[in-house]
Design a protein around this ligand. Structure first.
Ligand code: ADP
Length: 403
């Protein structure tokens, strides 16, 4: 394909027991290889590696992230990219929480790694896992520049009124309590693509973006800058998600502690893993939810209705915050693949200029596209997100400045 490994950026999204990776050229967007390591630390770990249109799988116990990444590099070498010998332009790491400290892509050294570790108090489920990927990649590719790209960065400049929680200001200041927002890489990428697709200057657009995956978030963006977003100090706030409830009466936490005698770890698990669509219906995947609804399952129907109700509540709030909207966009697994969710979220809003064209909405099409009638005042779009490409480009910009 002409490129050598030095043109490529390796993007790593490291979770507590998984590593997702992609090797891509940030300029041409060409993906040379991608894959996922799953169930790290268990006996039945598995790596799925895709290169040049072919998938290979390897199953064997993988003790930790470094062992996993070492095997990934073996699979790269077997498919023509010996990254440890040839090097890469950069390694871009997704890091969930940048706190107040990090709000642009940052070259990782020991101090930066330590600061990411310090932020684990704000993101105990995510930052330690991200750091495990960073440390493994630094050990195995010591000559490659490593760049952290933060999920919170895009929302760093949220207006004070939007990011401030109305609790004791001294307590909030002492513990870093404010709205940070997440999925920022996706919201930034998608809103930029919307401006391109509409042929408009991002500076003149008011946008609402719904990132609806397993995690889900909404953002209100004025002139290319976010003015509000639904996730908060942690990714728990906001929309109903696969396994998280989104907005809750905070009194529920104290009530659970007193009445159900749950400790704080149990409550955290309940809210992060056993709530949302799964808590209400027993399944967290939207395809399974649809199947249950079709069999007449009432709990599944209610879960869906709660999900859509919350989407519309945020839509209404952001319409008013922005004082009108030019584009509403759906992205990520559910947003890109569920015409039903898109139609129900925007039903009956023609008086606000918001309409979905049923044929465009249900057409089999994976490309970025407009699904509102051409003459509707508000453009409704589906735009596939590409966080890997956005991370690769950000990492590339950082290393270009080093030259
Ligand atoms: P993540 O937040 O893990 O990155 P994704 O953006 O990949 O998640 O979204 C995953 C979710 O997307 C799945 O749990 C599933 O609910 C939903 N999804 C994927 N494909 C479809 C589909 N064809 N129809 C409806 N929902 C889908």
């Amino acid at each position: 394909m002409g490129e050598t490994a030095e043109d490529f950026v390796l993007v790593i999204n490291s979770g507590s027991s998984s590593i997702k990776y992609q090797l891509l050229d940030p300029e041409s967007s060409v993906v040379a290889a991608s894959g996922i390591v799953e169930r790290i630390g268990e006996d039945d770990s598995v790596i799925q590696h895709r290169a040049d249109g072919e998938s290979t799988e390897r199953r064997e116990p993988i003790a930790d992230h470094t062992a996993g990444l070492r095997l990934v590099f073996e699979m790269f070498a077997a498919t023509g990219h010996d990254l440890r010998r040839e090097g890469v332009r950069a390694v871009g790491h997704r890091v969930v929480h940048g706190g107040e400290v990090f709000y642009r892509p940052t070259l990782i050294d020991d101090d930066v790694a330590a600061a990411i570790s310090d932020l684990s108090a704000l993101a105990p489920l995510h930052n330690p896992a991200n750091l495990a990927g960073i440390e493994s990649a630094r050990a195995l590719l010591p000559d490659a520049p490593q760049v952290a790209v933060f999920d919170t960065a895009f929302f760093h400049g949220l207006p004070a009124a939007a990011k401030t929680y109305a609790i004791d200001a001294k307590v909030a200041a002492a513990h870093g309590i404010r709205k940070y927002g997440f999925h920022g890489t996706s919201h930034e990428y998608v809103s930029g693509r919307v401006a391109e697709l509409l042929g408009r200057d991002p500076g003149e657009l008011n946008q609402i973006v719904f990132h609806l995956g397993n995690g889900a978030s909404a953002s209100a963006i004025r002139g290319g800058r976010p003015v509000d977003t639904s996730m908060g100090l942690t990714p728990l706030e906001g929309l109903v998600m696969g396994t998280r409830p989104g907005d809750l009466d905070p009194g529920i936490v104290a009530h659970l502690a007193r009445s159900a005698h749950l400790d704080i770890e149990q409550i955290d698990t309940l809210l992060n893993r056993d709530s949302g669509i799964k808590g209400l219906s027993g399944v967290n995947d939207f395809r399974e939810l649809r199947r249950l609804i079709e069999t007449g399952d009432e709990a599944a129907r209610l879960a869906y209705d709660v999900y859509v109700h919350r989407l519309r509540r945020y839509l209404g709030a952001y319409l008013i915050e922005l004082g009108g909207v030019d584009a509403i966009t759906f992205t990520a697994g559910v947003g890109e693949n569920s015409p039903q969710v898109r139609a129900d979220a925007l039903a009956g809003l023609a008086r606000f200029g918001i309409e979905v064209d049923p044929a465009a909405n249900t057409a089999e099409n994976r490309a970025a596209r407009r699904i509102s009638p051409p003459d509707a005042p508000v453009a409704v779009l589906v735009v596939p997100t590409n966080e890997e490409l956005a991370i690769a480009r950000a990492a590339r910009r950082v290393v270009d400045r080093l030259d």
